[in-house]
Design a protein around this ligand. Structure first.
Ligand code: FES
Ligand code: FES
Length: 168
C-alpha cells in the first residue's frame, strides 16, 4: 500500500497507475480548493506543493508522490491565515476566484523562499511576475495579484492583527 502525506495527514494512494494527483486530491480526498482547468500544465490552477515545491498536479501520476509530502491550498494556513492569503483578501487580488488557489500556493512558495533570502523587503515586479509566470487569470486580476504578493513579502501582513483583512 502506497501512502502520501497530504496537509500533515497520511493518505492512501490508489492502485490505478493512471490516476492523476489532481483527481486524487479533489475526488478521493475532497480537497476541492485545488482546481482542474486546462488539464495540460499551462494554467497553474491545479498547483500544489510537492515537498515544498510548486507543481502542476494535473500532469502528475498520483503514484509518483508515494512517500512524499503534498500541501494544498487547504494546508497553507496551518491554523491561521498565511500573510499571502491576508494580502490577497485585503487587496482584492481576485475576481471570480477560480485561479486563486493556484496563485496562492505558488505565491506562498515564492514568499517563503524570497523572505529566507531577502527578509521583509519588497520584491521587484519582475521577480514576482517571473515566479507567477505559470499562472493564468481569465478575469485579468493580475495587477492586484502582483500588488498583494509584493505587500506580503514586504512584511505588511506578518502580524497577528487580521483587522485589515476584508470579510471577502
Ligand atoms: Fe493543471 Fe491547468 S489544470 S495547469
Ligand atoms: Fe477569475 Fe482569476 S480571478 S480567473
Amino acid at each position: 500500500m502506497r501512502t502520501v502525506t497530504v496537509n500533515g495527514r497520511a493518505e492512501t494512494l490508489p492502485d490505478d497507475p493512471e490516476a492523476l494527483l489532481v483527481d486524487v486530491v479533489r475526488d478521493n480526498l475532497g480537497l476541492t480548493g485545488t482546481k482542474l482547468a486546462c488539464g495540460a500544465g499551462v494554467c497553474g490552477a491545479c498547483t500544489v506543493l510537492l515537498d515544498g515545491f510548486p507543481i502542476a498536479s494535473c500532469l502528475l501520476p498520483a503514484n509518483s508522490v508515494a512517500g512524499k509530502t503534498i500541501t494544498t491550498v487547504e494546508g497553507v494556513a496551518a491554523g491561521r491565515l498565511h500573510p499571502v492569503q491576508k494580502a490577497f483578501m485585503t487587496l482584492d487580488a481576485l475576481q471570480c476566484g477560480f485561479c486563486t488557489p493556484g496563485f496562492i500556493v505558488e505565491a506562498v512558495a515564492f514568499y517563503d523562499k524570497y523572505r529566507k533570502t531577502n527578509g521583509a523587503v519588497t520584491p521587484t515586479r519582475e521577480e514576482i511576475g517571473s515566479a507567477l509566470s505559470g499562472h493564468l487569470c481569465r478575469c485579468g486580476a493580475y495587477e492586484n495579484i502582483l500588488l498583494a504578493v509584493a505587500a506580503a513579502c514586504s512584511g505588511r501582513f506578518d502580524g497577528d492583527d487580521d483587522e485589515t483583512v476584508s470579510p471577502r
